[in-house]
Design a binder for this molecule. Structure first.
Ligand SMILES: [Zn+2]
Length: 131
């Protein structure tokens, strides 16, 4: 079915023992594969560090188990993220909610004062007496 890797466990062993005695080109010829395959195998086996993005192993993003600053949950999450995903989402939802409430509390008293002139007068009198 799939392509058979030329890097068998025997080849890996060979690379471990002999990779320093040959150039990558020679190794490729001995194994019967292309140079890139040799290089990838050397990187994978931690035998050589080869600079170049395509040979770099993909390291998983760094994580930490630091307690969430909101709920203290210690579930692993990406490093430098101080809040767990649940709290992050909840906070975002709350922000929306608070913004909505604010606009209501500002508009409500204005509406009351305009609709009921008696209340407005009384409030004004009270203010005069106490002030
Ligand atoms: Zn949390």
């Amino acid at each position: 079915m799939g392509q058979k890797s030329p890097i068998t466990s025997d080849v890996e062993q060979f690379l471990k023992n002999k990779h320093k005695q040959h150039t990558h080109k020679e190794l490729a010829q001995i194994i019967g594969c292309c140079i890139e395959t040799v290089r990838r195998a050397l990187v994978r086996l931690d035998l050589e560090v080869i600079h170049g993005a395509k040979y770099q192993r993909r390291l998983p993003p760094k994580k930490w188990g630091r307690p969430c600053i909101i709920c203290g949950c210690k579930k692993q999450r990406p490093k430098m993220q101080f809040k767990c995903q649940a709290c992050h989402d909840r906070e975002r939802d709350q922000d929306k909610h608070i913004a909505h409430q604010k606009s209501r509390t500002i508009t409500l008293p204005q509406v009351q004062l305009c609709q009921n002139k008696n209340v407005r007068v009384m409030v004004t009198k009270e203010n005069l007496l106490t002030g």
